[in-house]
Ligand binder design. Structure first.
Ligand code: SF4
Ligand code: SF4
Length: 365
């Protein structure tokens, strides 16, 4: 028995056998996950090799860096290039993510004061240490990262601290995927961390409105396989639901206190996803009461428009909706690799191309 019960070999064998048994005789089906960590764990443990041939597991838009539109990165670059030279802070991956005109990292090379931070408290500390300068935090990510940002904005902050937010709400994005999947996706493997906030109820539209199976999955091999098994069983029986296969962390209604705080600070609206386009209901935009922190309002910089999302030759826009695999891209592993990325999916720590590059198909144990 493995020290980690979720990696126990016998458990994994049993789940694989059950999955194969339930899927036998069913028509070919595709299941989509929408979480970058899922893709990394699926690759790390070579879980696709355990699936029957007619059950495909495809990756959706699960990496917050990859889905941040080029227009937002262009806007952040413009903020960094302001003559007053504000300090612009962001997490490392988004600083390195290229758009056609360069990256925040390139702007730093040209003299802008762009700093990589590892923690939400760092931009606030920088603002306190530099009271005569604007400090702007370029904040991206899903509800999981938006909730702590909301907590931060409700607290006492220095007057020179500003934020440029580009947060996204996952359930509405999954709904847009289900609306546009041409019936190809039989079920959705839902992201465990995000569901800690939203709960499984936020995805009830999948079985009820779109006749899709769904299961919230944790991140260990046995948890991912158990969620796959649930989806296959739902498809087989026709009893569609949103199963919670990550009950050790996710509650049915989610974290309601976190939702209250999140929606006190942010309101839902339309927002762009890189390479996918505008998706209604997926944006988390600052409410009026918090607009004093808005870096665009404070500096007069307008949101960039007409910025091309797709890099020449890059297939990220198709990979992010499960229509291509990284290996289908002619640049994969050659012209595009983690130390010289051409597209966002190779930069983002949770990017699909990065996962495929880091973990070639062989299992690690
Ligand atoms: S925030 Fe967590 S659940 Fe959401 S995509 Fe990233 S790893 Fe997955
Ligand atoms: S390998 Fe690179 S260029 Fe190709 S799709 Fe992935 S990120 Fe884009």
């Amino acid at each position: 028995m493995s020290a980690n019960p979720y990696r126990d070999k016998q458990t994994i064998r049993d789940l694989t056998e059950a999955l194969r048994g339930e899927a036998a005789g069913l028509p070919p089906m595709s299941i989509m996950h929408v979480c970058g960590t899922h893709e990394h764990e699926i690759r790390r443990h070579a879980l696709r090799q355990l699936l029957p041939e007619h059950v495909r597991l495809v990756a959706g838009p699960g990496c917050p860096v990859c889905i941040t539109p080029a227009s937002a990165i262009a806007t952040a670059i413009e903020l960094a290039r302001l003559p007053e030279r504000p300090i612009v802070c962001a997490y490392g991956d988004i600083v390195r993510t290229p758009i056609r005109t360069g990256s925040l990292f390139d702007a730093r090379g040209e003299g802008a004061d762009v700093r990589v931070v590892y923690d939400l408290r760092e931009p606030v500390r920088l603002a306190r240490e530099n009271p005569s300068r604007r400090v702007i935090f370029f904040s991206i990510g899903f509800e999981t990262t938006a909730a702590p940002v909301a907590v931060l904005l409700r607290g006492e902050l220095p007057a020179n601290f500003f934020i440029y937010t580009c947060h996204r709400w996952v359930p509405a994005a999954v709904e847009a995927l289900a609306q546009n999947d041409d019936g190809v996706i039989a079920g959705y493997l839902l992201p465990g961390h995000a569901a800690v906030i939203t709960g499984q109820v936020a995805y009830q539209f999948l079985p009820e409105k779109y006749s899709r199976a769904a299961a919230v999955a944790g991140f260990e091999p046995a948890e991912i396989l158990a969620a796959m098994l649930s989806i296959v069983r739902q498809v087989k029986s026709g009893r569609l639901t949103v199963a919670n296969c990550y009950a050790r962390a996710v509650r049915r209604e989610g974290n309601q206190r976190a939702q209250e705080v999140l929606f006190e600070v942010f309101k839902i609206g339309t927002a762009a996803w890189r390479g996918i386009g505008e998706l209604p209901g997926t944006g988390l935009h600052l409410r009026e009461a918090y607009e004093r922190y808005d870096a665009l309002g404070a500096t007069g910089v307008a949101e960039a428009t007409d910025v091309e999302d797709v890099m020449p030759g890059c297939q990220c826009h198709l990979i992010m909706v499960g229509r291509r695999m990284p290996e289908d891209c002619a640049l994969f592993g050659g012209e595009c690799a983690p130390d010289h990325p051409k597209g966002p999916c190779m930069v983002g720590g949770e990017g699909t191309c990065r996962a495929h590059y880091l973990y070639p198909e062989e299992p690690d144990d």
